[in-house]
Design a protein around this ligand. Structure first.
Ligand code: FE2
Length: 277
């Protein structure tokens, strides 16, 4: 990375790197994600949304997904009888959170020299790949993601972490691209999502002042673009009401020298430790 890019990252809290991924690699990853969804049997998972007891189960389904490949539905995927309104492949919101360790195609996409060099340029010298998500942002029902900092969900001390957001399709305002608050990483961490005693997880508020949302700026990017996100940068994405999907892949990399708290929702069992490149 150039020193101008590093200065820009320092100042704005994000970087937009066009043509980082060749189009064929984007298409291959999309193909693999669709294959995973086709193989996924939603029986027993679809019903999660219907009763209170099952909602708790759904929390466990999420909280136990740090070392698995799991499928999460769009909130608006179901009609009032709990049936899917669109086909399964058009109903999944995301897949997470250990694709990079468990699936060979995602492993290959995530562990390149180019990415290793990039995170090293950002000061992460002993990298560990922490979390991966494949986000579909489905046509018509793609849900909103409200303004947040990634460090709320993935916290390390000191905060040596970087978020990588790969556009696998063109992303614009119409199909729910990322929006960021440039420089907002300097506002400090506003909340932490922590595992609670007795199960589940909850938000701990550290600063309840509102986001300066008037400063939000859309990042309209072409397929193949990598957006690098500071862990404290406030960002969001709006609903996708358009007829075009907006597939993206995200990867979070931390430095092994940072302390990884037991209170983070994402935990790995001893037999499946985090790995580098
Ligand atoms: Fe995020």
């Amino acid at each position: 990375m150039t020193s101008a890019e590093l200065d820009q990252y320092e100042r704005d809290g994000f970087l937009v790197l066009e043509d980082f991924v060749p189009p064929e690699a984007c298409d291959a990853l999309r193909g693999r994600a669709n294959e995973l969804v086709r193989e996924f049997d939603p029986a027993g998972v679809v019903s999660i949304f219907s009763t209170r007891e099952q909602t708790r189960t759904s929390d466990d389904y999420f909280l136990e997904s740090g070392d698995k490949i799991r499928f999460f539905f769009e909130e608006n995927a179901f009609n009032s009888d709990g049936r899917l309104q669109q086909s399964k492949v058009h109903s999944i919101n995301k897949i997470g959170h250990a694709l990079h360790d468990l699936d060979p195609a995602f492993d290959r996409f995530s562990r390149t020299n180019q990415i290793k060099q990039l995170v090293s340029d950002l000061g992460i010298n002993d990298p560990l790949l922490l979390q991966s998500m494949y986000i579909f942002k489905q046509p018509r029902i793609g849900g909103e993601v409200t303004c947040h900092q990634d460090a709320t969900f993935l916290f390390v001390e000191p905060l040596r972490m970087v978020g990588l957001w790969f556009a696998l399709e063109d992303a614009g305002v119409e199909n729910g691209c990322l929006w960021v608050i440039p420089g907002g990483q300097k506002l400090g961490l506003k909340s932490r999502f922590r595992r609670a005693e007795g199960g589940g997880a909850r938000f701990e508020t550290l600063d309840d002042s509102p986001w300066p949302e008037e400063k939000l700026q859309p990042l309209e990017v072409r397929k193949g673009t990598l957006i690098v996100l500071h862990p404290l940068l406030p960002h969001l994405s709006r609903e996708n009401r358009s007829s075009r999907s907006r597939h993206a892949y995200t990867l979070h990399v931390i430095d092994a020298s940072s302390e990884y708290p037991a209170s983070n929702w994402l935990q790995r069992p001893a037999e499946m430790p985090l790995r580098g490149f």
